[in-house]
Ligand binder design. Structure first.
Ligand code: NAP
Length: 225
């Protein structure tokens, strides 16, 4: 864990080693929240979590048993092969689906009691406009089969979880960070990671049960499913 302050609440972030996850963790720490920064590499500053490993997810749930968590951010993801249908390979496709779509569901299940015990009760899936059936291919033509399919599946996971968790008063949302200059987004991306993270944080902080089941971009725009 990277920080522990009074009672401003706790936020858990997956994939906090770099990119958006690390920047979001920094923003929440600066706002005085306790951060549970989850990373593949265990360290004194991080909770060990490999989201591709179901045992690792279950172990995290056990370690956090009884601890309230206000906000959970499912951020960790991989891109996978981008070469199109000709290079699509079963193992790669399934790994992308496992990390980007299944892991957020397993984490939601493992951490549901923690969210229930928290005050804010917000579960965030960092999705992508690339996974939107309505908008995903409007201005893009690429070979990102696995990534796009995984983010489309994650969108349905958000909608299903929103329906399921409503009875617990837990809001579940999908957020699109924009095209961001990170290892995943690349140097040509149009949005600085600090700007994206600040936008995402503002949306997360304003989230109540009224927003559950929604899909918004970092700038507040609603993304069509
Ligand atoms: N960047 C963009 O333009 C963009 C656009 C739309 C959506 N998104 C979404 O935004 C989120 C963050 O993306 P990013 O740009 O910050 O990506 P990034 O720079 O590539 O960082 C990905 C993070 O996910 C972690 N991760 C990957 N596999 C993992 C695993 N098996 N277990 C635990 N952690 C794992 C990485 O950890 P390691 O350091 O251990 O590899 C890293 O911390 C993702 O959900 C992505 O799909 C990004």
């Amino acid at each position: 864990m990277t920080s522990s302050t009074a009672d401003s609440g706790t936020v858990l972030i997956t994939g906090a080693s770099r990119g958006l996850g690390r920047t979001l963790a920094g923003l929440y720490a600066a706002a005085g929240m306790r951060i549970i920064a989850c990373m593949r590499q265990a360290s004194p500053a991080a909770e060990a979590l490999d989201v591709a490993d179901e045992g690792s997810i279950a172990a995290l749930g056990e370690r956090l048993c009884g601890q309230p968590v206000d906000i959970v951010i499912n951020n960790a993801a991989i891109r996978g092969d981008t070469g199109g249908l000709d290079t699509l390979e079963t193992g790669d496709f399934l790994e992308v689906m496992r990390i980007n779509a299944l892991a957020p569901l397993l984490l939601a299940r493992a951490l549901r009691p923690n969210l229930l015990a928290g005050r804010r009760k917000v579960l965030v899936n960092i999705g992508s406009r690339a996974g939107s059936l309505a908008e995903g291919t409007v201005d893009d033509e690429d070979g990102d089969y696995a990534y796009r399919c995984s983010k489309a599946a994650l969108n349905m996971a958000t909608v299903k979880l929103a329906q399921d968790f409503r009875r617990d008063g837990i809001a579940v949302i999908s957020l699109h960070p924009g095209w961001v200059r990170t290892d995943m987004g690349g140097a040509e991306a149009t949005i600085d990671v600090a700007e994206s993270a600040a936008g995402l944080k503002a949306l997360i902080d304003a989230t109540t049960l009224a927003e559950t089941g929604s899909f918004r971009a970092y700038d507040g725009r609603t993304v069509a499913w």
